[in-house]
Every structure is written in structure tokens, then in C-alpha cells.
Design a protein around this ligand. Structure first.
Ligand SMILES: CCCCCCCCCCCCCCCCCCCCCC(=O)SCCNC(=O)CCNC(=O)[C@H](O)C(C)(C)COP(=O)(O)OP(=O)(O)OC[C@H]1O[C@@H](n2cnc3c(N)ncnc32)[C@H](O)[C@@H]1OP(=O)(O)O
Ligand SMILES: Cc1cc2nc3c(=O)[nH]c(=O)nc-3n(C[C@H](O)[C@H](O)[C@H](O)COP(=O)(O)OP(=O)(O)OC[C@H]3O[C@@H](n4cnc5c(N)ncnc54)[C@H](O)[C@@H]3O)c2cc1C
Length: 687
């Protein structure tokens, strides 16, 4: 039986059609229906329970993850789920597992870097999970600097094999320590994977050809024991209870491990039977191709993590009441709360709460749409690569790297902000926010440290600026650089607050800021005789220019989305307001840059803030409906504060009662540690 909906009044205030917005959020009616069906399947199956995760000891937690992954696979095969359905199932199971690396990195690496012949051998095994793979690139001493990897793959022409070796014990004299050089971090490596794509320096005939990928079997297919020469294990507990500890991030040393020559991934370059190194016509950067793919996936996932946190914080902000008069408040309240809370203010009505929450709500929508666009870009570049058109690869790299950095930083910070928006209760594991943060925050580091990635974008921008006037017309996301002369001279024409709702005005403001920051960096760089030295010296400014460029992409893709036909009563109007909140809150936050580049005046910045406040008022009555549009089940949210019916307090109380610490009224340890202490005080106080 359905219980009372304590957020019903909030839901009744919505000025748009929520069902239509759900489809916009999902991307299409079909995607919505698949997600809706699979999310319910997972939520209604007790095998996917997850509320116990923070309490489980590591070994139990990990075994439980193995059980869930095996059960999920059974469902996938028995129900004959499509790839789309299977991937939704993984999404709603909501637990990091070795399968993410198998499907998310190992399989894409095979697809992107193996020849057709190699793919026909390895992919069928991987698709049926008859082998399980991981992506072993990072070493203890080298993560960001991929070219610095030290593991070697030396061709032995006698046996037609590669000898894979991690140089293990190297003394590092300056620190008087012994450094162990091994592979370190790969998810799924520690305890599960039977195979790995290992990145190593290819050596033939004494010559180093740089880093290449190799398929290495790690464990026996009979008893799962490591093969000769292989030492492998888990790297230990990571941040937070539960959280990413469901994953077996691993350590691996390879002691002269031999693999057949055809286990080098040979799409980009080959080694012949005679030991000759040959490069295909494809660019070497394709060795980095798996990272482009995964960064694109990470951007798409950022909106999911942020929307989850925002959904929790928004619902709870409507439930939570503080201060206010006792004589009745301005809001109509539900029967339950009217009785005990008449006159108290819902914290969502505080302008400060809105100023922190609504830009995050807007970012969730913005990241959703930029994620959709990036998926399109990635598909496009993949199709071009298939016919040897490599022209868009640099832009695809810059976009995936930059947007991965921008969206994961904003999402990780946003989740933490949502925790604070929920006050004290946000700190409870039952709010779902601590675990969400702990699982999400490494996204700022893995798949490329966010600063390192922004520096890649900056290199792309500086290259683009240096080519201005050379006749090479910038295209795609960098096309605005073709109008740089105009952008350097133009001035903002905003005169009234509402003028900030004009898309072309907004776009020009973001383009002018990005172009001016890049050009200023390029001018400063040109003062250095050694460009690399200049790049290092100016790297903080370059990172800011890269952020400005990436924010421009997100804003422009949101504005593009609004040009499309969007059906449903009031849906487009609401999205326009949400988009306005996104770009005006960015403009407010980075006001210094917009002012310093002289595109806008202080008066125009003040008008932008006025318009932003007006949009908060427009969005306020729609806030709950906007988060309902994510269509998340209570199981997926995993949060008492964010539960759909808003019946927060009784649920918090019940959950506290179930904590293992409350199994007994007198705690374990009382007799050993508390009683003697209390007795001793009793003696000394002579009571
Ligand atoms: C239950 C059943 C379910 C069933 C179904 C279930 C389905 C489930 C599905 C689940 C799915 C979940 C998926 C998510 C999971 C994620 C988990 C997280 C995993 C995390 C994994 C990792 O964490 S894995 C390691 C990543 N580790 C890095 O990320 C290193 C960063 N470090 C660099 O990436 C390089 O080191 C760095 C800095 C570029 C310098 O590279 P460098 O030294 O070569 O130096 P340069 O800068 O000179 O670059 C030289 C030239 O290469 C160009 N270029 C550089 N990169 C390029 C690139 N990628 N593409 C093209 N071009 C590129 C550049 O633009 C230059 O171009 P140019 O010469 O024209 O200017
Ligand atoms: C949870 C998790 C899962 C992972 N999974 C995998 C996996 O499956 N497979 C795999 O191969 N790897 C994996 N990794 C490793 C991950 O890809 C690396 O940790 C990541 O690429 C960052 O590299 P690093 O650790 O060397 O950081 P470092 O480069 O050592 O970064 C340290 C600091 O130095 C700064 N810095 C570094 N270089 C520069 C520079 N050039 N300019 C300015 N600042 C710089 C960074 O900004 C950072 O602040 C995983 C990591 C984590 C945390």
C-alpha cells in the first residue's frame, strides 16, 4: 500500500509536465522505458541490497560484490538482456566491480588496438566472460606520465615471444630508499582478472620503441593461481567505508614472463617474425584510444552522480524546516507537517540554500546534455578512424580530456556541497552522501589527473592560437577562435537584467572570455625563449584558460539543446531557466575573469546577478519536479534523506535502531573497559 506522500504539495506546484521531462533527461522514450524497467527490476530484487555496505568488513564486502556480479551476469544471460539493458543493470546495481574494468576498459582496448584477427580470437572469450580482463597501465612510480612507464616487453626472436618484465628492485640513491617498480592501481587486477592488457616499453634488437599494449594471462584457468613469474594482489583499503572498496585495485610484478608475439596488440604497430618493428598508417596516439573512450563515458556518468546528490539535497531541503514564526508560514503545507511545523521555513526557501543548490541542479542537466553531445562526437570520431580520417582526433582528445576534468571536479565538489546542504544528517551514512562522495571523488584522479588533462587542453588551445592567420580555419568547438579579432574588440551590449536571457549574447560573453584568456596566455608564452619552460611557468594561467574553454563548450551545448524541438507542457521554458542558472552562476563565480578581460562592465555583472536571482524564484516551485524527472528509485538513491515520499524522520529513527551497535543496550567492551573506569572514578570520588 502506498504511504503518505509528504512532498505531494511540492509536486503539485510543478509548472511543467514531469513525464515529458523524464524523457528529455533519459535522452529518448526508448531509453527512458529501458531505464525505468531495469531500475525497478534491480530495486525489487533483494539480491541487490546495498544498505549494509558501509558496515561490512572488507572480505565480506568483496565476496558480496563477487556474488552480485555473478548474479547480475546470470540475469543478463537468462533474461537475454541486450547490451543496453545489461549496461543499465550494472548502472542501477550501483556498485563498483571488476566488471566495470572488464567491459569498460579491457574489451574497448581489445576492440580499439587489436587487429581483426586478434579480435576474432579474444573478443568472443571476453564477451562470454570466459576470460576476465583489466587495464594495467599505471605503475607505482608513473601514472600521469605514460611515456615514462618502465615495464619492458623485449622481443626474443629465438622463441618468437615477448619477455615482459617489471624492473623490480631499483635503489633510489638520493632518498636512500628502495623503490619497487611494479604495476599499481588497476581495478579488477588484485583478485579477479585472468588476463590484463599490460602497457610496456617495446624493445626489439636493443631499440626502445616506446609504450605499447600487450595481452598477458595472469592466472591459471584451472585454479585461479598466478602463473609463473607473476606476483599479484590487492593494494589495500581505500577512502571511505564500503565505497570503492568493492573493487580489487591491484599490484602486479612480472618477472620475465613470456607471451607469444601475437599477444602484442598490433593495430597501431607490429613486430614481424624476424623482429622488425613496423608502424601502420594510423597515428601513434591511438595507443591512448581506450582513455578517450573511457573519459567520454566518465563525462556521461558525471550527470548521474551529481543528479543523485542533488535529488537527495533538494528533497531533503523541502522536508527540512528551520526558524520562521510560529504563526503560519507562506507555504501551503501537507497535513502531517502543518500540524507540527506550521510557520517554520522550509530550508529550500532560504536564498542562500537556493544559491548553493540550484546551480548544482542546473549543472546536472548541463552535464547530461554535454555528455550526450560528447557521445555523438566520440561515435563520429570512431567512424572517421575506421576509414583512416584522423583529422578530428586532436579535438576529440581535447574535448574528452577537458570535459572529463571539468565535470568530475564539479561533481565531486557538488556532492560534498550537497552533504553540507543537508546539515548534520548529511553526515550520516544513511543519507547516502558520504558513500557517494567516497566512490566518486577518485574520478578526479583516475583516467588522467584533472590538472594534467586541463594542461592537454591548454596545449591544444595554444596550438590553435599559434595557427590563427595561417589560413587553417579552426572548426568544431574551437571555431570561435576563427573570430578572435572580433572577440578581442567586442563589448557586451547588455542593458537590462533580461538581456542576459539572450542566447547569442551569452554565447559571445563566454567566447570572448575564453578567447581573451587563451590569447593572453599565448602572448605571455611568446616572451619565453624556451616554450616548454614558458608552458611550465604559466601553467596555472593555462589551466584557467582551459577551464574557460571547457565551460564555453558546456554552455554552448546546453543552448544548442534548447534550439531543438522539446515537447511537453512547460518543459522547454523550465529548461531555459535551468540553463540560465547554469551560465549565470558560472558568470557570477568567474566574474573576475569576465571583468578582467573587459568584455563586461561591473554594472552588467550586477545585472547578471539580478537575473540569476529571478531565475531561482522561477525554478523554486519546480525544484522537486525537476529532481523527480531523474526517475530514480529509492533503491538507487540509497538515501533516507532523499526518499521519494519525504518521510525522513521515522526512517532515520528506524535505521538508527538497526545499527549493529544497538543490538545490545550495553555495549560489548563494557565489562573490560568501561566498568573498571567507572569503578575507579567511584573510588576516587568516594561515592
Ligand atoms: C555485471 C555485468 C555487467 C555487464 C555489462 C556492464 C557494462 C559496464 C560498463 C561499465 C563502463 C564503465 C566505464 C568507466 C569505468 C571507469 C573506471 C575507472 C578506471 C580508471 C582507469 C585508469 O585510470 S586507467 C589509466 C589512465 N591513465 C591516464 O589517464 C594517464 C594520463 N596521462 C596521459 O594520458 C598522457 O601521458 C598525457 C598526459 C596525455 C601525455 O602524453 P604524452 O606523454 O604522449 O605527451 P604529449 O602531451 O606530448 O602528447 C603527445 C601527443 O599525443 C596527443 N595525445 C595525448 N593523449 C591523447 C589521447 N588520449 N588521444 C589522442 N591524442 C592524444 C597530444 O595531444 C599530443 O599531440 P600533438 O603531438 O599533436 O600535440
Ligand atoms: C580508484 C582508482 C582506480 C584506478 N584504476 C586504474 C586502472 O584500472 N588502471 C590503471 O592503469 N590505472 C588506474 N588508476 C591509476 C590512475 O590512472 C592514476 O592514478 C592517474 O592517472 C593519476 O596519476 P598519478 O597517480 O601518477 O598522479 P600524479 O601524476 O603523481 O599526480 C600527483 C600530483 O601531481 C600533479 N601533476 C602531475 N603531473 C603534472 C604536470 N605535468 N603538471 C602539473 N601537475 C602535475 C597532479 O596534478 C597531482 O596534483 C586508478 C587510480 C585510482 C585512484
Amino acid at each position: 500500500m502506498a504511504g503518505v506522500d509528504y512532498l505531494a504539495d511540492e509536486r503539485n506546484k510543478a509548472e511543467f509536465d514531469v513525464d515529458s521531462m523524464k524523457i528529455v533527461w533519459a535522452g529518448s522514450r526508448h531509453t527512458f522505458e529501458v531505464a525505468d524497467r531495469i531500475s525497478k527490476l534491480v530495486a525489487n530484487d533483494p539480491a541487490f541490497r546495498k544498505d549494509d555496505r558501509p558496515m561490512l568488513p572488507r572480505k565480506e564486502l568483496f565476496k558480496n560484490t563477487l556474488r552480485k556480479a555473478a548474479y547480475a551476469w546470470k540475469l543478463i544471460t537468462e533474461l537475454r538482456l541486450s547490451e543496453e539493458e545489461a549496461s543499465k543493470l550494472r548502472f542501477f546495481v550501483d556498485e563498483p566491480a571488476y566488471t566495470d574494468l572488464h567491459w569498460g576498459m579491457f574489451v574497448p582496448a581489445l576492440k580499439g588496438q587489436c587487429t581483426d584477427e586478434q579480435q576474432s580470437k579474444w573478443l568472443p572469450l571476453a564477451y562470454k566472460m570466459q576470460i576476465i580482463g583489466c587495464y594495467a597501465q599505471t605503475e607505482l612510480g608513473h601514472g600521469s606520465n605514460v611515456q615514462g612507464l618502465e615495464t619492458t616487453a623485449t622481443f626474443d626472436p629465438q622463441t618468437d615471444e615477448f619477455v615482459i618484465h617489471s624492473p623490480t628492485l631499483t635503489s633510489s640513491k638520493c632518498y636512500h630508499t628502495v623503490e619497487v617498480l611494479c604495476t599499481w592501481w588497476p581495478g579488477g587486477l588484485g583478485k579477479v582478472s585472468t588476463h590484463a592488457v599490460v602497457y610496456a616499453r617495446l624493445i626489439t634488437d636493443g631499440k626502445d620503441h616506446g609504450v605499447h599494449g600487450f595481452i598477458v594471462q595472469l592466472r591459471s584457468m584451472e585454479d585461479h593461481k598466478p602463473l609463473p613469474g607473476i606476483t599479484v594482489g590487492d593494494i589495500g583499503m581505500k577512502f571511505g567505508n564500503g565505497a570503492y572498496n568493492t573493487m580489487d585495485n591491484g599490484v602486479l610484478t612480472l618477472d620475465h614472463v613470456r607471451i607469444p608475439r601475437d599477444q602484442m596488440m598490433m593495430r597501431v604497430s607490429q613486430v614481424t617474425r624476424e623482429g622488425k618493428y613496423k608502424q601502420s598508417d594510423v597515428p601513434r596516439q591511438l595507443v591512448y584510444g581506450t582513455m578517450v573512450y573511457v573519459r567520454q563515458k566518465i563525462v556521461a556518468d558525471a550527470s548521474c552522480a551529481l543528479s543523485k546528490a542533488v535529488c537527495i539535497a533538494t528533497r531533503y531541503s523541502a522536508v527540512r524546516r528551520q526558524f520562521g514564526s510560529q504563526n503560519g508560514g507562506p507555504e501551503t503545507q501537507s497535513a502531517h507537517y502543518r500540524k507540527s511545523y506550521t510557520g517554520l521555513i522550509q530550508v529550500i526557501d532560504y536564498k542562500t540554500q537556493q544559491n548553493r543548490l540550484f546551480p548544482l541542479l542546473a549543472s546536472a542537466y548541463a552535464f547530461r546534455f554535454v555528455g550526450e553531445w560528447l557521445k555523438w562526437l566520440y561515435t563520429d570520431v570512431t567512424q572517421r578512424l575506421a576509414v583512416n580520417d584522423f583529422s578530428t582526433l586532436p579535438e576529440a582528445h581535447a574535448c574528452t580530456a577537458g570535459l572529463k576534468s571539468l565535470t568530475t571536479t564539479a561533481t565531486a565538489d557538488g556532492i560534498e556541497e550537497c552533504r553540507k546542504l543537508c546539515g548534520g544528517h548529511g553526515y550520516l551514512c544513511t543519507s547516502g552522501l558520504p558513500e557517494l562522495f567516497a566512490v566518486y571523488v577518485p574520478a578526479c584522479t583516475y583516467e588522467g589527473d584533472n590538472i594534467v588533462l586541463l594542461l592537454q587542453v591548454a596545449r591544444f588551445l595554444m596550438k590553435t592560437v599559434s595557427q590563427i592567420g595561417s589560413g587553417k580555419q579552426p572548426v568544431g568547438t574551437i571555431a570561435y577562435m576563427g573570430r578572435v579579432e572580433h572577440l578581442l574588440k567586442s563589448r557586451c551590449s547588455v542593458q537590462r537584467a533580461e538581456d542576459w536571457l539572450n542566447p547569442s549574447q551569452v554565447l559571445e560573453a563566454f567566447e570572448a572570455r575564453a578567447a581573451r584568456m587563451s590569447v593572453s596566455c599565448a602572448q605571455n608564452l611568446s616572451k619565453f625563449s624556451n616554450p616548454e619552460e614558458g608552458f611550465a611557468e604559466l601553467s596555472a594561467d593555462l589551466v584557467e584558460a582551459a577551464v574557460a574553454h571547457c565551460q564555453l563548450i558546456v554552455v554552448s551545448k546546453f543552448l544548442d539543446k534548447l534550439q531543438q524541438d522539446i515537447p511537453g507542457k512547460g518543459v522547454k521554458q523550465l529548461l531555459q531557466a535551468v540553463c540560465g542558472i547554469y551560465y549565470l552562476s558560472l558568470l557570477h563565480k568567474h566574474q573576475g575573469e569576465f571583468l578582467a578581460t573587459s568584455y563586461i562592465t561591473p554594472k552588467q555583472a550586477a545585472l547578471a546577478s539580478d537575473q540569476l536571482r529571478a531565475l531561482y524564484s522561477k525554478v523554486r516551485p519546480n525544484a522537486i519536479a525537476l529532481v523527480d524527472s531523474f526517475n530514480y528509485t529509492d533503491h538507487f538513491l540509497g538515501s533516507i534523506l532523499g526518499c521519494y515520499d519525504g518521510n525522513v524522520y521515522p526512517k532515520l529513527y528506524e535505521a538508527a535502531k538497526k545499527d549493529p551497535l544497538n543490538d545490545t543496550v550495553v555495549p560489548d567492551g563494557y565489562h573490560e573497559y568501561l566498568k573498571p573506569l567507572l569503578k575507579q572514578q567511584l573510588h576516587s570520588a568516594k561515592l
